[in-house]
Each structure stands twice: as C-alpha cells, then as structure tokens.
Ligand binder design. Structure first.
Ligand code: PBG
Length: 329
C-alpha cells in the first residue's frame, strides 16, 4: 500500500466538487419522516414550550402542513395526538374510538394529500390517565398480555382510518405478532408495521411528553418495559423477535446517543432500519444554536448525516422541514 508522499488524503478534500464527488453518504428529503402533533379545535396552532419551533396543529391545519412536506419531497409524516384530558382513562378506551383525534387526522390528511404516507403510533400513553404505554395493575405495573390485545385493536382502528404504517412504540412482548394477525384478519395486508424494536428508557423524551400531555401524569417510569441504556445485545434480540413476529421495518430510538445500536442492527439484519431523533435531541440542538454554541443549520445536517453513516434507512426528525429546505439549497 502506498503512503505519504505518494498518497495524500487531502487531495480528496481540495475543492467543493472533489468533496462532493467522494461523499460516501448524502442526505435526501426522502430520508425523513416528519412527526406532527395534533390537537382538538379549529384554526389552532399551539407552540410547545420545550420544543421551540414545533407546535400542535388542529386537524383543519394539518393538510397545509403535510402539503409543505410533500412539496419538499418528504415521503411520510408521523402523527401524535394530544388527547383532551377528560378522555384519558385507566383503560385508554379513547384509543379504540374510530372517531378519535388521530383517526380524524389520518382521514383529513389522506383526503387532502393522498400521496404522502401516514405513520401512526401504537401505544396507549396519549390515552391513559396514568401516562403509561399500557394498562396497569393495582401496583402500577404495566400488564403485558392485556395491553397487547388493546394495541392490536388500536392498530386496526388506525389502519381502518387510513394509516399506511403502524408503529408500535410500547415495547410490550408479542405485540407485533398480534398486530400483524389483526391486520391480516381484517384485510389490511398492505399496512406495514414499523416496530420500535430497540426503544430505550431514555431521558430524552421529556419534550414529547409535554407535547402529548402525558407529562406530569406519569407515575414511576417506563424502565419496566423500555430498554436499559446499558444494553446492546438485548437490542439485537428485540429486533430479531420483532422481525420473526412480522415487523416490516425496525426502529432504534433515541438516535444520536444510540448510533452504535443502529450500526449493529443494520449490519446484523440488513433490514430497513429507521432512527427516531427524539424530542430531547431536537431541543438540545435548538438550545445549542440559541446559546451560540454552534451554527444551527450545520448542527442539523451533521447530526442527520451521522444517522445515514451509521446505516439508517431513514430518520424521524422534527427538523425534517428545515433539513429538506437546507438540502434543496
Ligand atoms: C410513546 C412515545 C414516546 C415517544 C414516541 N412515542 C415517549 C415515551 O416513550 O415516553 C418519544 C418521542 C420523542 O421524544 O420525540 N409511546
């Protein structure tokens, strides 16, 4: 192998066109899924304090948001409801209401912008009075199998409303198999499952919980079902199980602190592997930029590119619109 001075690595960095030519990875608007928060009401935009630049939108405003995404080449949006407080119950029954906020939001988007994919979250936390992702027993523990039954029904309700991808984010055991069976049984063969396969019990979800109104309700934490941040072999087992149960795509969440997990999952399984750059990561970048600690545009693009380098197929990011605009130049 040749070495200096016959080999000079800097020759490949000498000009913008050369750097472009040699880029191993690049970002494209089709890499992004844009999460949107939905609220009741009309003509309503509610800014979220801990997520500067992100708002909840009433359903009438959603098609406009999604059209913006479509114009920029973003293929898919993810929807999260802020369920009115009086509809949050211990049994989360609003999750199964065919006319709930999320179902109406799906229909409004599918009517107005049918060519954009709609991904919905399968988990009970926006619907429970206690803020957990599942049903709890008297001691406050989330009950796995009863929860799985509700999740399968929830996924079906979302599919019936027009969701293209259902994404279980609850971390119950066996939920992917139950959801797949429910979808097949009802003729929804083409509704895909993106499993939050390796979802960690993370401190980076705080702003999201404000956005969906589950903050402050949560008794205890989610460590009894979400993964221990110390573990990576366990993440591979989770992915293997979800794939065996019928997951079409898998996800790792959060993003940047778990890039090693993304890389291992992609190498080990070679399946479409998505990353969720979560609310706390977004907030961190915004705070750094606001504090003058870095250039906002550069921070956004560098972090998103890191996901591609690690092997991600796509990224759920609150920066999707900004990033797509930056890429377009
Ligand atoms: C709920 C869910 C969470 C997120 C997505 N789905 C929060 C949680 O598990 O508490 C977090 C997303 C984010 O922080 O942006 N099942």
């Amino acid at each position: 192998m040749s070495s200096f001075p016959s080999l000079r690595m800097r020759r490949g960095r000498v000009s913008p066109w050369m750097r472009d030519l040699l880029a191993e990875h690049r970002l494209h608007p089709s890499d992004f899924i844009w999460p949107l928060f939905v609220c009741e009401g009309s003509d309503c935009e509610e800014p979220i304090g801990s997520l500067p630049g992100v708002s909840r939108w009433s359903i009438d405003k959603l098609p406009g948001r999604v059209r913006l995404a479509a114009e920029l080449g973003i293929p898919c949006v993810a929807l999260f409801p802020n369920t009115p407080n009086d509809l949050r119950t211990d049994d989360a029954k609003e999750a199964l209401n065919k006319d709930n906020l999320i179902c109406r939001a799906i229909k409004a988007i599918k009517d107005a912008v049918p060519d954009v994919g709609v991904l919905t979250d399968v988990a009970l936390d926006p619907y429970t009075s206690h803020g957990h992702d599942g049903l709890i027993d008297i001691a406050g523990n989330v009950i796995n199998d009863d929860t799985v039954n509700v999740l399968a029904d929830q996924a079906l309700v979302q599919a019936e409303a027009g969701a293209d991808i259902v994404a279980p984010s609850d971390m119950m055991d066996g939920r992917v198999a139950a959801i797949r069976a429910a979808l097949e049984g009802a003729g929804h063969q083409n509704v895909a499952i993106m499993a939050y396969a390796a979802k960690y019990a993370s401190a980076f979800y705080g702003p999201f919980r404000e956005a969906v109104g589950s903050q402050g309700r949560l008794k205890g934490d989610k460590r009894g079902y979400q993964m221990n941040p110390a573990n990576i072999e366990e993440a591979l087992r989770e992915v293997e199980l979800d794939l065996a149960e019928g997951a079409d795509f898998v996800m790792v969440k959060p993003g940047l602190p778990y890039l090693d997990v993304v890389a291992r999952v992609k190498d080990a399984f070679g399946v479409p592997t998505f990353v969720y750059q979560v609310s706390g990561e977004y907030a961190m970048i915004e705070a750094a930029a606001a504090a003058g600690a870095g250039d906002r545009d550069a921070l956004i693009l560098e972090t998103l590119l890191a996901f591609k380098r690690a092997g991600a197929t796509g990224v759920l990011t609150y920066h999707a619109l900004d990033a797509a605009r930056l890429i377009a130049g």
